[in-house]
Design a protein around this ligand. Structure first.
Ligand SMILES: Nc1ncnc2c1ncn2[C@@H]1O[C@H](COP(=O)(O)OP(=O)(O)O)[C@@H](O)[C@H]1O
Ligand SMILES: [Mg+2]
Length: 231
């Protein structure tokens, strides 16, 4: 099976060479296969968001390589990276951001429409997603009229609209109560059954990760405790 994401000895140093220098990641190596789900577990400040930002090409490594679907990001231009990010990567953040003056459906459709997709087919796809996730009756509502759990499920659908090869989730259930967190996880499972994506799911919740039976990468002080070792 092919790898969707490969980290090879990725290093991240913020504010390098200044008094504010922070070594956030030390030679982090791991790979994610197609159709895989991996938890990234670590305490606050251990570098989880830094890994997601590098994986999603929102930021560049200070050293090492990050390869997405065979493309080595260290030799790509910003424009090439933006294209790869828009075509291959979906993001779900802890705090979903929606444009308040648009309905949930419009928010979900927007990235695809901006990318130039046909409105009718985008809408059909969005509505199929809403049906699957039990959100059809909420789609015409505005963000201010929706609960945190509903918003997060819409945010997941928005991230999935362009069939990302890589789905990056930064504690999407972190602000939700147990019932809504379970609904969000159920939604993820539904999606995974129909997708070949590699999912990297950040959490600081040991119990959630341990109970899942899925692969867990443990991060501590920027060092991956059980990554793929050295390349
Ligand atoms: N833009 C930044 N500039 C300087 N330091 C940062 C920046 N972003 C994160 N850090 C530092 O890098 C370390 C890892 O942060 P982060 O990846 O956000 O951790 P986590 O997501 O696990 O809480 C922390 O010490 C944090 O303070
Ligand atoms: Mg974080």
């Amino acid at each position: 099976m092919s790898d969707i994401l490969v980290f090879e000895k990725a290093v991240k140093i913020y504010s390098a060479g200044t008094p504010l220098e922070v070594k956030a990641l030390s030679e982090v190596s791991f790979s994610l296969a197609e159709s895989s789900f991996t938890y990234l577990l670590g305490p606050s400040g251990s570098g989880k968001t830094t890994i997601l930002n590098l994986a999603g090409l929102l930021d560049s490594a200070s050293a090492g390589r990050i390869i997405i679907s065979g493309n080595d990001s260290s030799v790509m231009t910003e424009k090439e990276k933006a294209h790869l990010r828009n075509s291959s990567v979906g993001f779900v953040f802890q705090q979903p951001t929606f444009l308040p003056e648009f309905t949930a459906e419009e928010n979900v459709m927007m990235p695809s429409l901006i990318a130039g997709a046909d409105k009718k087919s985008v809408q059909e796809k969005a509505r199929r997603f809403f049906d699957t996730m039990g959100l059809a009756e909420r789609a015409a509502h505005y963000p201010s009229q929706l609960s945190g759990g509903e918003l997060q499920r819409f945010a997941i659908l928005r991230a999935l609209m362009n069939n990302p090869a890589l789905l990056l989730c930064d504690e999407p259930t972190g602000q939700l109560d147990d019932g809504n967190a379970a609904l969000v996880m159920e939604a993820m499972k539904l999606f995974l059954e129909q997708s070949a994506a590699a999912v990297l799911f950040v959490t600081h919740n040991r119990d959630l990760a341990a109970a899942s039976g899925r692969r867990v990468l443990h991060l501590r002080n920027g060092v991956l405790q059980n990554g793929d070792g050295s390349y």
